[in-house]
Structure formats: structure tokens, C-alpha cells
Design a protein around this ligand. Structure first.
Ligand code: MD3
Ligand code: FE
Length: 204
């Protein structure tokens, strides 16, 4: 049964389990072309999360800011095309959450080792906040931090496990959110790492 965190935010436990092996194989193929890297924030900090992208657009950060772009700055090549499996999973999850017809053009791939964290932030680099974001968690578990409309609002802690999918739209779309430092754990499919896929419609 869907778990509603609040209106617009739904956890679909285990929704991606049937496709987990194929998703992770695709992540390996994508990151052989567009390797994981630690981006630098506009403030000059190295992010502890390692990132890559698949799809027409990819999210990047450097000293000049955050943005989506069509090419991988480390190779100069277009981001690898988004596999049909990814697009279909994102569309089906969005539909299950009440957002039919979701067509993502960007998938950010986040890799977390134990100790990696993602501090509270909003996702505001997409052209149109009417589209939801779909996230898929694979590998070792994480504690997701679910905040409010202001950075200072107290965050709820929500466990996310291998195969869980979350859809964030409507009034939940601009909530502050983050990931607590990952605990040591093991997972046979991911060499003890967490892989998170976030699907977005980045161009208006
Ligand atoms: C809620 N990633 O990539 S996924 C991110 O686990 C990001 O890697 C986290 O936050 C991760 O930006 C969390 C869940 C998520 C993604 C986007 C959201 C939650 C969101 C956008 C708006 C509200
Ligand atoms: Fe985010």
C-alpha cells in the first residue's frame, strides 16, 4: 500500500525490486561511459555523493553554479541515453502516485558509500515544478530527511531500502530534504554502496 508522507509525497515500498538487477547493470554501463565524479559546489566544497547522469539532460555543479546541461563536462560527450527500462519505471511509479504521463528527460545517479551525506536542500533547477520527481533507492539503506518549506523546519526521518521508490510532486515538490550520513552496511548487489536514481523533467 502506498505510504503518504504528506499530500504529494508517496513511498512505494519495493516498487523497483523486480527490476533491481537490470537497473544496476544499466548503471554500470552508463557509468562506464560517464564516470561517477564528486562535483564541486558553487561555494567550493567537494560533494561527498558521487554523481553521474543519463538522459538528454544531466545535473551538474561547479564554481559557476548548479544547472542542467546536455553534455558531460568530464568527457565533453552527451550524457548516455536513458534506457527504456528507466523511463518506464519512472512513468509507472509516477502514475501509481497520481501523476500519469510523466516523461523524464534527466536521471541523476547518486552513489553513496558509508559516511556519505547530502545536506538539506531544495531541488529548484528544473524548469517547471508542476512535474513530479521520482526517486529509486538501491543497495544499502539510508535515512532520508524530510523537511518543510524552510530550511530551519524540523526534518522527519524516513528509512529508504533497496527497491523503494518515492514520488514527490504537488505541494511536496519544493520541500527541503537530504540524506543522513550512511551507516556501514553491506548489500550483495551493490558492493556495499547505495545507488539512488532521481528522475526529472528538467526542461520546462
Ligand atoms: C523531495 N537525492 O538528488 S532522493 C537529489 O537519496 C536528492 O540521493 C536524495 O535529494 C538521494 O536531489 C534524495 C529523494 C528526493 C529527490 C528529489 C526531491 C526527494 C525530493 C525533490 C523534491 C522533494
Ligand atoms: Fe534533492
Amino acid at each position: 500500500a502506498p505510504e503518504w508522507l504528506e499530500p504529494g509525497a508517496v513511498v512505494l515500498r519495493g516498487f523497483a525490486l523486480p527490476q533491481a538487477i537490470e537497473l544496476l547493470q544499466a548503471v554500470d554501463a552508463i557509468t562506464a561511459q560517464a564516470p561517477f565524479r564528486h562535483l564541486i559546489t558553487p561555494g567550493g566544497q567537494r560533494m561527498s555523493v558521487a554523481m553521474s547522469n543519463t538522459g538528454a539532460l544531466g545535473w551538474i555543479s561547479d564554481r559557476s553554479g548548479y544547472r542542467y546541461g546536455p553534455t558531460d563536462p568530464t568527457t565533453g560527450l552527451p550524457w548516455p541515453p536513458m534506457p527504456a527500462l528507466f523511463r518506464q519505471l519512472a512513468r509507472e511509479a509516477a502514475e501509481a502516485a497520481g501523476y500519469p504521463g510523466f516523461v523524464p528527460d534527466a536521471c541523476l545517479i547518486n552513489r553513496y558509500a558509508p559516511g556519505t551525506r547530502l545536506s538539506l536542500h531544495q531541488d529548484r533547477d528544473e524548469g517547471n515544478y508542476d512535474h513530479p520527481i521520482v526517486s529509486v533507492s538501491l543497495g544499502i539503506p539510508a535515512i532520508f530527511l524530510w523537511g518543510g518549506a524552510e530550511r530551519a523546519d524540523k526534518a522527519r526521518r524516513v528509512g529508504l531500502w533497496h527497491g523503494d521508490v518515492v514520488v514527490w510532486g504537488g505541494p511536496a515538490r519544493l520541500r527541503f530534504h537530504g540524506v543522513a550520513p550512511l551507516a556501514d552496511a553491506s548489500h550483495a548487489m551493490t558492493s556495499g554502496l547505495r545507488i539512488n536514481l532521481t528522475f526529472r523533467k528538467a526542461s520546462g
